[in-house]
Design a protein around this ligand. Structure first.
Ligand code: ZN
Length: 262
């Protein structure tokens, strides 16, 4: 670390190694840069450290969707990645990075990038046939930097595989025969505060590692361990992630209500 408290490339690569990131791995990163900084070269410096840690045989993956406007057609070449942080919005713009053409877009760089960013159905955003599902197939890992399991999209894959019964009414706009067309669908979603249960579940089983990258608290876990743990924990109560009804969470109340409509 430089004397001025700025994290340098080699420091962060060492931290990533210490946490357990190995060369050749497929790594999904959810990141709050505010928690990691100050970093030499800023967000780009952090991305370069992540790329160095997975190496030339590894693949780096980040969300690249925009959560801004469901009435606009997503364009993988120009639509900014809003709401996912400055690191994610820097990553998809870098040379050689693939970006899936979907309202639920992910970006990837490395040998598996093309496979991970293939077209995926808009109405099952994080199912088996999605970037997150493909990372699971590839035995990838999830790295959470400066945030918590509340943003861990892989848990939505687990909910899908566990057969959770709730669906939030959503829509997006896609091009269909050259015309912007609204697609209505039900998405497995809620406030996601309940996802923080996953922290203790993985901790109890010894299936996650915790450390520090830059100044940020970091969590590393295998995609398959997350999915298998969540599916097992939801066996007896598939609505365990939802806030209790009528306790002030509008999103979870909508998820509860969706089950009456099915
Ligand atoms: Zn809730």
């Amino acid at each position: 670390m430089a004397g001025n408290g700025v994290w340098e490339h080699a420091d962060m690569v060492n931290q990533l190694r210490h946490l357990g990131v190995v060369p050749g791995s497929t790594l999904v990163v959810h990141c709050s840069f505010r928690a990691v900084r100050p970093v030499q070269k800023g967000p780009l410096g952090l991305i370069e450290a992540l790329l160095a840690a997975v190496g030339s045989t590894g693949t780096l993956v980040m969300p690249s969707l925009t959560d801004w406007d469901d009435d606009q057609v997503f364009n993988a070449h120009i639509t900014p990645c809003r709401g996912m942080g400055v690191v994610a919005d820097t990553f998809w713009r870098m040379p050689g990075v693939h970006r899936s053409d979907s309202p639920h877009s992910f970006a990837a760089y490395g040998p598996h990038a093309d496979k991970i960013t293939q077209p995926h159905p808009p109405d099952i955003p994080h199912g088996p046939d999605s970037p997150i599902g493909r990372v699971y197939d590839l035995n990838g890992s999830v790295l959470i930097l400066g945030v918590d399991h509340g943003v861990n999209t892989t848990i939505h894959l687990a909910e899908y595989l566990a057969g959770v019964p709730y669906r939030m009414p959503k829509y997006c706009t896609v091009m269909h025969k050259g015309i912007p067309t609204r697609v209505n669908y039900g998405e497995i979603d809620h406030c996601c505060r309940g996802f923080n249960l996953v922290d203790q579940w993985l901790e109890q089983r010894g299936l996650q590692r915790k450390g520090r990258i830059g100044n940020a608290a970091a969590i590393l876990a295998r995609s398959r361990d997350i999915v298998e743990t969540v599916v097992a924990e939801l066996t007896n109560d598939r609505c365990r992630f939802l806030c209790r009804r009528y306790t002030g969470c509008d999103q979870c109340d909508t998820a509860w209500a969706s089950m009456n409509n099915r």
